[in-house]
Ligand binder design. Structure first.
Ligand code: ACO
Length: 712
């Protein structure tokens, strides 16, 4: 976001080293009174193991918690990397000014009472931003819990405890959630590298903290809790970069107030309230968690397990039921049950009892001892057709739970490239085994499905990351940008925001989006001339921005096959229109070549206020809103791979590839048209909506029939 005046255009990570690895921290509003936030922050800083200087600032005290206190930060007279502000909102303004004068690099403003409380608070926050800008300071918050780095270590928060050392960076918009997660993490032994509450994000926001965490050598996975995103393109850029090194997982609460909903187009109606975030996260390579549990299940798995190379899962179980539950979960969730190689099957046949199922899921059956698990798990992990495994155990009287846990831990060591999760289902009987597995970094769940869900998330991340590596924007240099610009200028100078159909068709032609030829005739002679040029049959439609339901008022004539037909249609369309909508601004009559029927698709674009234009592809025609069959991607950075995915993930694809013996349509040409629409929308941010519906798809080529382009 970079609200700071003259702020950071490019990232200087060393600047943020002094935020996460400060050498000195001042606490402004430090207090001797237990129960006060300024007291808690001093205590936390002291007990965190921080080895740098701590400077309590308080106008009345000479010493706080055994540390020398200063009446003002300007009295410290030594470099201060971070100032934690724990003074009331109004006081924080002069304090920020003093911080600037003292050369503070970063302010963590815990104080509430800023923009979240309304106009007055907004003004205070603006003032804070202005002061920070003047002195080149960054701001975390205001209205936040603060920042922890367990490896520095330092704890500049008023949380009850310090986080455990670990490899998860947790970045949250909600301070209260941070407090709760922190407390919970201590109970279950979950560790963090960085723990950041960024509150109102007056300056540093989610994108900054993703960048900071992605440069942190101690962070193996970045988790975010977000309610909104302030700068879509920056978020995407930061996440895409981060994802090359570590997974980024987001739990996004609330639905988007996307402009997409407000759009009047077909494409707008196809976009759900959450489409923009879903689309943006996918493009950014961000894994989306649907719950807090999933967020941390995935985070834990990413810190201990390798990323799977594919979706083929082996299941090893000592009982049928859980094996079926896991198999269902694998298949329904889009993973695949691994098909074992002959070698694996031969080995299992030799070593397992005859009643055992040697095909996936491998059922080592109820009388199994740990050794059958050992054989089965090692055989599965050695198989090149297996990408990951889940081990299920029901605590029979004969199974040595702890030894099975050891088998898994050993197998993980032997096959470091394949993730393994476990589900030891039970209570007291499995307790020690579960603890042992957790100690050794094997994700363990009470039931099979969450384990499968974790593997699914990991496999999805693998795909997302692959897509990012394949990430060249699909662009064309054979487009006529200047001519399109001139058309838009003409439309604007005419006082319109909606292009007439012939203008829209011309724009499409200039971007080589195949469109049915279309011209605007202002006289019968012109209509005849255009019809002869494009060849019969033709369709004619009234060209008027004031007439919506053209067919109903006799403003459309189809199947015109001769000069006479065309002349007569011109007269009748003009008359009907003038009669039906007196005073309507009429530009003439559109003459459009009547195209042979093809499979009907829609290509469109809606704009999201945060993430910009999103292109859509799906089933088109008059049933478009009923079918609700569309996929979306961001126009910005759209790759060939993404366009291909867009097409294949719709139901329309089933028709396009040749349904029930029909000849397949020209899918490469359709893909190119989608990419060209995306480029048009990137080149002209003033396009607020674009709908091409229907597009007729043919075995060779395609033709855009009805093109609607609206300018902002
Ligand atoms: N420089 C340094 N210290 C000063 C200054 C100054 N200019 N002016 C006052 N102080 C001292 C005060 O004397 C006081 O110290 P004392 O205890 O020795 O008297 C200390 O600073 C604090 O000032 P108070 O006026 O006592 O303020 P109080 O501690 O009551 O409240 C606070 C300050 C906590 C920042 C409050 O304004 C606030 O914002 N509370 C909400 C915080 C919050 O919820 N943040 C969001 C967290 S995220 C979540 O939701 C969990």
């Amino acid at each position: 976001m970079c609200n700071i005046a003259g702020g950071r255009c490019s990232y200087n990570m060393s600047k943020f080293t002094s935020l996460m690895r400060p050498r000195s921290v001042a606490i402004v509003g430090a207090s001797k009174t237990p129960g006060k936030i300024g007291y808690a922050v001093v205590e936390n800083m002291k007990s965190s193991g921080f080895t740098g200087e701590i400077y309590p600032i308080n106008p009345k005290e000479a010493e706080i918690a055994g540390l020398k206190a200063y009446p003002s930060i300007t009295e410290v007279k030594k470099p201060v990397d971070v100032a934690v502000l724990c003074v009331p909102a109004r006081v924080s303004i002069p304090v920020a000014e003093e911080c600037g004068q003292a050369g503070v690099k970063h302010m963590i403003v815990i104080t509430a009472g800023f923009k979240e409380v309304g106009k007055e608070g907004r003004e205070l926050e603006d003032k804070l931003i202005e002061i920070a800008g003047k002195y080149g300071m960054s701001i975390v918050g205001p209205n936040c819990l603060g920042v922890i780095d367990t490896h520095t270590p330092f704890n500049a928060t008023f949380a009850k405890n310090m986080a455990l050392k670990g490899n998860i960076a947790f970045i949250s918009q909600s301070g209260a959630l941070c407090i709760a997660i922190l407390d919970w993490s201590l109970k279950i032994g979950l560790g963090f590298s960085q723990f950041v509450s960024f509150g109102n994000k007056a300056d540093l926001n989610e994108a900054d903290f993703i960048e900071i965490a992605s440069h942190d050598p101690n962070t193996k996975v970045i988790c975010l809790y977000l309610e909104d995103i302030v700068d879509g393109p920056r978020f995407i850029k930061a996440a895409r970069e981060a994802t090359k090194r570590v997974p980024v997982i987001v739990l996004k609460s609330g639905v988007s107030a996307a402009g997409a909903k407000a759009a009047s187009s077909h494409t707008g109606a196809l976009a759900g309230s959450d489409t923009a975030y879903e689309t943006a996260f996918r493009h950014a390579g961000v894994l989306r968690a649907s719950s807090m549990t999933e967020l941390f299940d995935l985070a834990s798995a990413f810190t201990t397990q390798p990323i799977p190379q594919g979706k083929r899962i082996a299941v090893i179980t000592n009982s049928g039921g859980p094996g079926i539950v896991a198999s269902d979960s694998i298949e329904l969730g889009g993973l695949k049950m691994a098909q074992f190689s002959e070698k694996t099957l031969d080995l299992l046949k030799e070593t397992m009892p005859s009643m055992a199922n040697i095909h996936n899921p491998i059922d080592v059956i109820g009388d199994a001892h740990y050794d059958r698990y050992e054989t089965a798990l090692n055989a599965a992990l050695a198989d090149p057709n297996v990408d990951a495994a889940t081990v299920l155990l029901s605590p029979t009287a004969v199974i040595e739970v702890d030894k099975v846990a050891n088998v898994i831990i050993e197998a993980r060591r032997k096959y470091p490239d394949k993730p393994v999760v476990a589900s030891f289902t039970g209570g007291f009987a499995v307790e020690n085994g579960v603890a042992h597995l957790r100690e050794h970094g094997v994700p363990t769940y009470a039931f099979p499905e969450p384990g499968v869900a974790t593997l699914r998330g990991m496999a999805k991340f693998s795909e997302l990351r692959e897509a990012i590596r394949d990430g060249e924007e699909w662009t064309f240099d054979d487009v006529c940008k200047d001519k399109v610009k001139a058309i838009f200028e003409k439309v604007r100078s005419d006082g319109r925001d909606l292009l007439l159909s012939p203008e829209a068709a011309e724009v499409a032609e200039l971007y080589k989006i195949p469109a049915a030829p279309s011209r605007l005739a202002t006289t019968e002679d012109e209509a005849e001339k255009f019809a002869l040029e494009m060849d019969f049959p033709v369709v004619m439609k009234i060209a008027s921005p004031d007439i919506m339901h053209k067919t109903d008022i006799g403003g459309v004539k189809v199947g015109l096959k001769s000069k006479e037909d065309v002349r007569a249609a011109f007269i009748s369309i003009m008359e009907n229109s003038k009669k039906a909508v007196p005073g309507a601004k009429i530009y003439g009559v559109e003459v459009q070549k009547m195209m042979p029927k093809g499979d009907e698709i829609i290509i469109g674009m809606v704009k999201d206020p945060t993430f910009g234009p999103m292109v859509a592809f799906g089933s088109g025609g008059i049933l478009v809103n009923l079918l609700q069959d569309a996929s979306f991607r961001l126009a910005s950075g759209l790759t060939k791979r993404e366009v291909d995915e867009m097409i294949t993930e719709t139901k329309a694809y089933t028709i396009l590839k040749g349904f029930r013996g029909a000849e397949a349509d020209d899918i490469p040409a359709i893909a190119e048209a989608v990419a060209r629409v995306a480029q048009l929308c990137r080149d002209f941010p003033e396009i607020s909506e674009l709908d091409i519906n229907p597009v007729f798809a043919y075995p060779k080529g395609l033709s855009a029939l009805d093109i609607k382009i609206k300018l902002s």
